[in-house]
Design a protein around this ligand. Sequence first.
Ligand code: DOR
Ligand code: ZN
Length: 344
Amino acid sequence: MEQITITRPDDWHLHVRTGAMLKTVIPHTARQFARAIIMPNLNPPITTVKLAENYYQEIIQAVPENLKFQPLMTLYLTDTIHVSEIKVAAASPYVFACKLYPAGATTNSDSGVTQLDNIFPIFEAMQKHDIPLLIHGEITTPECDIFDRERVFVDKILPKIIADFPELRIVLEHVTTEEAVQFVHAASKKIAATITPQHLMFNRNAILAGGIRPHHYCLPIIKREQHRLALIAAATSGHPKFFLGTDSAPHLQFKKENSCGCAGCYSAHAAIELYAEIFASSNNLSNLETFASFNGPDFYKLPRNTEKITLRRNNWIIPGYYSVNNDHLIPLKAGEAISWQLSE
Ligand code: DOR
Ligand code: ZN
């Protein structure tokens, strides 16, 4: 196949930050996607509907005039968030989900939840109002090996949440393991998962073999090849429980190339093109639309987009960096060739 036309996709997991970074990254996302679920892990985090509305306005200001883009806002769950905020969220046209970060799991998760029991009344209210719960599924026990943190969360923690709140819609975000894929497959229809391009493209050698590559470091950390293959099978199967969520997470170059570098891969510059390349190389391009454009809105109970986009087989070189004021943002596959291109 030399070209493919699909319904305009959405990104169901995206970090856009604020200020100059936001102004650089929003045009990249809006070029491809109609909507995106916006992560609330700012500093300070988006913990109220009011903050989410303000953040929405800042994002809208950064959308280029010739493009249409709808940010779907989320609330950051803390130990102290009040049930009344969930009621306000349910009535808000801006807020579409709440995000659970176990405290300490990742970037700006310090205000996250320390004890799940603390927010059971919140889960109860979310279940009642049918607001999806988005989970960063890693345990935070420091003794737990970083490569095992998702597997243990899926084994020990997630089943408890599901057992207590069987009607709550849950997205296990950025799944990285065979075990998570199997769990989501076996769970009820209320449970789904997003999958990032980096976890489909790379195994852990891409971080550590032949030199340390900080731009491949993200959380949950990229795992062994066996897990990548399970993710490819899930994403390209067309199964309704799996959909596109880039987890594009921009950090300035000096924060990544650092003796203690930040977690996050920036992929918004070429997200749909990267997914197209992945689906094409596993001979499943015909399922790209289901993964990128149908399964997400169906799960979120939102209408599918009606516009189309066209991707063509064409080699182009990804820029070595993007400017953010006087700093640089290094994209995934910087300076490398990619074989699919969005027709503008
Ligand atoms: O790699 C990551 N970066 N994982 C996350 O969970 C957060 C994200 C970020 O905000 O930078
Ligand atoms: Zn994320």
